[in-house]
Design a protein around this ligand. Sequence first.
Ligand code: SAM
Ligand code: MD0
Ligand code: SF4
Length: 360
Amino acid sequence: MRDADITPILQKSVEGQDLTVTEIEALLSAEDQSSIAQLFEAARIVKNQYFGNKVFLYGFVYFSTHCRNNCSFCFYRNSNKDSVRYRKTDEEVLELATSLEDSGVHVIDLTMGEDPLIHNNNHYDRLTELVKMVDDAVDIPLMVSPGAIPEHLFPALKDNGADWIACYQETHNEELFRRLRPDQDYNFRLNQKKWADKYGILAEEGIMVGVGESVKDRADSIDVMRKLSVNQVRAMSFVPQDNTPMAVNSPSPFIEELKAIAVMRLVHPHNLIPASLDVEGVAGLKTRLAAGANVITSIIPPCKGLAGVAQHELDIDDGGRSVEQIEAILDEIDIKTADKHEYIDLIESWKSSKKSGALS
Ligand code: SAM
Ligand code: MD0
Ligand code: SF4
């Protein structure tokens, strides 16, 4: 059976009109090749309108893989005794951040599990001090992915140089959330994005694709994200991990992630959308950019003992996730890395509109 014709919905979206949740769901439900090709083409048109052929590069520093939580999908869940556990020292974090900056990334993403040494007994100074230390050492913006943290830390993180907070809900279906993130509070996690906005930090929201959600759930997430003031939105395919409750789940077909990226581009035209190297490695870069992504995340320097999240080894130690390798791929498809100042100007304009919004 052929899909319903999605041309009118795509037309509406390319003209800048808002889509309803039902229309978002119809786009995500596209199955035949010609409809999907049309969807990706519309996403590229919108991406080019707002961002041209420029992309931004995010360096990834997973500085502590210790975690007190037991997310059912995650390799680093507390009860996985066969995980890869490490904590980088301050010196190591500085060396990693400065070398990533030298290699040409636009942002450093400082990521951790909910490390009990920081999250338990309120030892968050360790985090705020680390952010300050890195901010003093590099001239590029910082993203922090700390898990879910108390509200009072947001002003301190901002003062110490955090430009972004990343904290993904994974789904906006609360019942599914409870299965994915057992013993974690849905609203406390959702508030991370609201608190970031309140205190003038940019926020990234995201979903996982293939964790038992319906197409309607995905559509609801893309819709809900419109109401959160977030400037970066992501969809990442679930990758099954050994020694986890979801190890036996089928991996998600990547086309579902690509469709979600394209629909996010149409619904969130001015936002940044990652093509993560952490799902298919560099082999998955071109398809994600062709679906409307304009940020490349999970750039990891080789041979430094750093792990990815969904793919903890793939393409890391052979240098596949380095800026050099990525730029060689971008050359083939006539996509350019943006100038460092273009990125800073973009995020500064977002931050100052938050400030004026807060005053009005
Ligand atoms: N610990 C922090 C947190 O949970 O917010 C930050 C790092 S966490 C490891 C980053 C994200 O990686 C998760 O929110 C999830 O979206 C993604 N992730 C983790 N395991 C994954 C998997 N098996 N497949 C795909 N994405 C995964
Ligand atoms: C990525 N593995 O960009 C990273 C991670 C955390 N802010 C990002 C999920 O794909
Ligand atoms: Fe911990 Fe984050 Fe993994 Fe959940 S997703 S187990 S919070 S590292």
